[in-house]
Design a protein around this ligand. Structure first.
Ligand code: FES
Ligand code: FES
Length: 161
């Protein structure tokens, strides 16, 4: 029988307590046990960024962290940020700039973009590219994504370029 560990985490603001398989990755737990399929799984090796989540306010690779390591911590997913309206302007800008095609990278890209606009409000275009460089997109060529994020940064600065 698979070894499980009783674990409590704050998931999108609500406490969740349950036995979790000791070797299950956080993104797999969220997708398979919690039905939160917005976080995607691409490379499973920490390279592509599709599984990006926020743990205690910092973005992490959900494929590199075990779910039991989230014990006592706050985990936020794209569903939580979307429901709270935290990234509504980014979502709108992605839509308006056609910054997504297949959409596979988009949840992870939005999580990383939100981390950027919250932590580096003065970021330049080059710094946007640098911050997003760990999130791979096979479809868009990145220009539209950078345009969308830049627009939100400028807007959140009150329109100052
Ligand atoms: S699936 Fe986690 S970084 Fe690619
Ligand atoms: S929109 Fe398809 S991978 Fe980015």
């Amino acid at each position: 029988m698979e070894h499980t560990i009783q674990t409590t985490l704050i998931l999108n603001g609500a406490a969740v307590t349950r036995p979790i398989a000791a070797r299950q990755h956080l993104v797999d737990f969220l997708r398979e046990e919690m039905g939160l399929t917005g976080s995607h799984v691409g490379c499973e090796h920490g390279v592509c960024g599709a599984c990006t989540l926020r743990v205690d306010g910092k973005i992490v690779r959900g494929c590199l962290m075990l779910a039991v390591q989230a014990n006592g911590r706050k985990v936020d997913t794209i569903e939580g940020l979307s429901d709270s309206g935290e990234l509504a302007d980014l979502q709108r800008a992605f839509h308006e700039h056609n910054a997504l095609q297949c959409g596979f990278c988009t949840p992870g890209m939005l999580m990383t973009a939100q981390d950027l606009v919250a932590s580096r409000p003065q970021a330049t275009r080059d710094e946007i590219r640098d911050h997003l460089s760990g999130n791979y997109c096979r479809c868009t060529g990145y220009h539209a994504i950078v345009d969308a994020v830049e627009e939100v940064l400028i807007s959140r600065r009150g329109g100052k370029k």
